[in-house]
Design a protein around this ligand. Structure first.
Ligand SMILES: Nc1ncnc2c1ncn2[C@@H]1O[C@H](COP(=O)(O)OP(=O)(O)OP(=O)(O)O)[C@@H](O)[C@H]1O
Ligand SMILES: [Mg+2]
Length: 258
């Protein structure tokens, strides 16, 4: 049984079908990427899964239980956490206090909450900034704070919406490391991302949405070479670069084996 499943999900806003009959599964312990052009329906799908939007049709399952139409607090209690495309920390509170807010969703015991918060702060490389006001952080730290807050709630599934958008390449690498650490902790990841460098190397599977519909679902290599995906989203430039990169990597590997 998959940890999370979306089955024939449709979400309409008036006449516009933002998500059309989309189905896919997320296996426990994997990283699944959700990609596609602007307006493809990625955030809408997230909002349906997290209980912010009521789907028009279809169903959502978590650990085999149908959670469609559940309120967001109940979905969160099932172990689904999400971050938002636009970060929204509690600006006047410190980094540690922000993460504590997440930890208190899991426990009412202050000592326990503090222990959880400190660990999440460490996983997300935020310890050196623990006493800083969240509003004054760099965007890279803010994005990782968003992840730390979600992590503190103790999720089984973490949904990340564009967690590296607007980051420098160093900050992107830091975030990718955080995501890999989450997986090491046994957390399953469903992430929306436009920065291919952040998702293609770490995803077990990629789901491509286009105009609300699922275009393809496959491992990153297959997706990156799919003519329809290249036409609709990735563009020739990315696909060529990827081929060059993998060719030079193979050469390197050959060199090492020689
Ligand atoms: N609350 C809403 N009311 C009406 N239309 C909406 C609403 N939210 C999203 N839409 C529309 O649904 C479509 C899908 O939007 P969505 O935000 O899910 O796309 P996305 O794939 O997340 O895009 P991006 O990559 O730009 O974040 C768009 O046409 C958008 O305008
Ligand atoms: Mg979006």
């Amino acid at each position: 049984m998959a940890l999370f499943e979306v089955k024939n999900l449709t979400k309409k806003f008036g006449a516009l079908a933002a998500v059309k009959d989309v189905s896919f599964e997320v296996e426990k312990g994997t990283i699944v990427g959700l990609i596609g052009p602007n307006g493809a329906g990625k955030t809408t799908l997230f909002n349906c899964a997290a209980g912010l939007f009521k789907p028009t049709a279809g169903a959502i399952f978590m650990e085999g239980r149908e959670i469609t139409d559940w309120p967001s607090w109940k979905i969160a209690r099932m172990g689904v956490a999400r971050t938002f495309q636009v970060v929204r920390p509690l600006k006047e509170m410190t980094v540690l206090e922000n993460i504590l807010v997440g930890a208190y969703m899991r426990t009412a015991n202050p000592a326990e909450a503090l222990e959880i918060a400190i660990r999440c702060m460490d996983v997300c490389f935020l310890t050196p900034n623990m006493n800083k006001r969240a509003g004054g952080l760099t965007i890279g730290n803010k994005k990782r704070l968003e992840v730390a807050r979600a992590l503190a709630t103790g999720p089984k599934l973490m949904m990340l919406d564009e967690s590296v958008a607007g980051l420098t390449s160093t900050e992107v690498k830091e975030m990718v490391n955080v995501i890999l650490r989450l997986r090491e902790e046994g957390i399953t990841i469903l992430m929306v991302e436009h920065i291919m460098e952040a998702i293609m190397p770490i995803a077990d599977k990629i789901v491509v949405l286009n105009g609300g519909e699922k275009l393809i679902e496959a491992e990153p290599k297959v997706v990156a070479n799919d003519p329809e995906v290249i036409r609709a989203y990735l563009g020739e430039k990315y696909s060529r670069r990827l081929q060059e990169e993998s060719a030079s990597k193979e050469e390197e590997d050959d060199g090492r084996h020689a």
